[in-house]
Write a protein that binds this ligand. Structure first.
Ligand code: GZL
Length: 323
């Protein structure tokens, strides 16, 4: 049946409007998709790998064009990536700041370019809260407190001093600063708890193993290891076993993240407690990107929900663990 002329006209006008909408303004890319520039920390840990996968898969599912960079844990690389996103006129920029300080200049450049910024995973210490729209991630102080509370319960009735060694995360990073603070605040309640050595293991297995080897040589007695992430704990386990000691028994271990390998070590009795830090931020991030791109108000801080694992919980969680 021949089309009525008016339907052809309406379809043609609608098509023109759609094309003009797609081809309009900055940050919608050639194909009309909303473009997000994401500057990732690196690929230093199992947590980071899961975080990257969540972001990439969620962007695809949300129809958002993702420009992604890996800074190899170097702040100068993240700053360069953010500047390139500004040059490309993306609609929104998101990133996980490798360290807390030194971001004001580049964030002011993004603000001047009218490109909204979302912080994910890690925070910045800038006093100017107008430099970013929101923070999506964990409460790292609470994670440190959970680790301290486990230790206080486990060793509360110990007769003598409890010698603790601590593998810190990346120096200057929000998770390292805050997990250290939360843990220290809790163990301060008992003078028997003594941190006899504390050093960065840079959130990696290799460095965690290297620093634990040094702790084992320098410390006459180690009762507990507090590792700011699972990868360093897993590296430390290698060092403890190489020294002829039994991880989980001779030296008890509490760690943070909850990646599969750590839950397996917990199930096997080589780690004693794991505090979860949720890396699966992708879906929430994409919702925020769309809202911010549309000029909608979003909460200034959105914290993820997290749990903690003892051996039984680890065994129960392993079959369905996504990462
Ligand atoms: C925490 C995240 C940390 C993880 C580490 O949100 O920034 O960085 O705990 C990762 O595994 O390297």
């Amino acid at each position: 049946m021949a089309r009525k002329p008016w339907t052809a006209i309406v379809a043609g006008v609608a098509g023109l409007l759609l094309l003009s909408a797609c081809g309009g303004g900055g940050g919608t890319g050639g194909g009309g998709a909303l473009t997000l520039g994401f500057a990732q920390v690196g690929a230093e840990s199992g947590w980071r790998t899961a975080n990257t996968k969540s972001i990439q898969e969620s962007a695809k599912a949300a129809g958002i064009e993702l420009k992604f960079s890996d800074a190899q844990q170097k702040q100068e690389n993240q700053i360069a990536a953010i500047r390139s996103y500004i040059q490309q006129k993306v609609k929104v920029i998101a990133f996980s700041p490798v360290v807390e300080s030194g971001w004001d200049t580049v964030l002011k450049e993004a603000k001047t370019a009218n490109i909204p910024v979302i912080l994910t995973d890690r925070a910045v210490d800038s006093p100017d809260k107008s430099l970013y729209k929101t923070f999506l991630g964990s409460d790292f102080v609470a994670e440190g407190k959970k680790a301290g509370e486990w230790l206080a319960k486990e060793f509360g009735s110990a007769a003598g001093d409890v010698s603790i060694v601590e593998l810190q995360g990346t120096t200057g990073s929000a998770p390292a600063n805050d997990r250290k603070k939360g843990f220290a605040d809790v163990i301060a309640s008992n003078p028997k708890f003594k941190v006899v050595a504390s050093q960065t293991g840079e959130f990696t297995r290799a460095k965690g193993k290297e620093v634990m080897e040094a702790f084992l040589k320098s410390q006459p007695k180690i009762d507990v290891l507090y590792a700011h992430n699972d990868d360093m704990a897993l590296g430390a386990i290698e060092a403890i076993e190489a020294a002829g000691k039994v991880p989980g028994k001779d030296i008890k271990i509490v760690s943070v993240d909850g990646v599969r390998d750590a839950l397996q070590a917990l199930a096997d009795g080589k780690i004693n407690h794991v505090v979860e830090c949720n890396p699966l931020l992708g879906p929430q991030l994409m919702d925020l990107v769309k809202k911010v791109a549309a000029g909608e108000q979003v909460p200034p801080r959105i914290e993820t929900t997290e749990t903690e694992f003892d051996q039984a919980a680890a065994k129960a969680a392993l079959p369905q663990r996504q990462y």
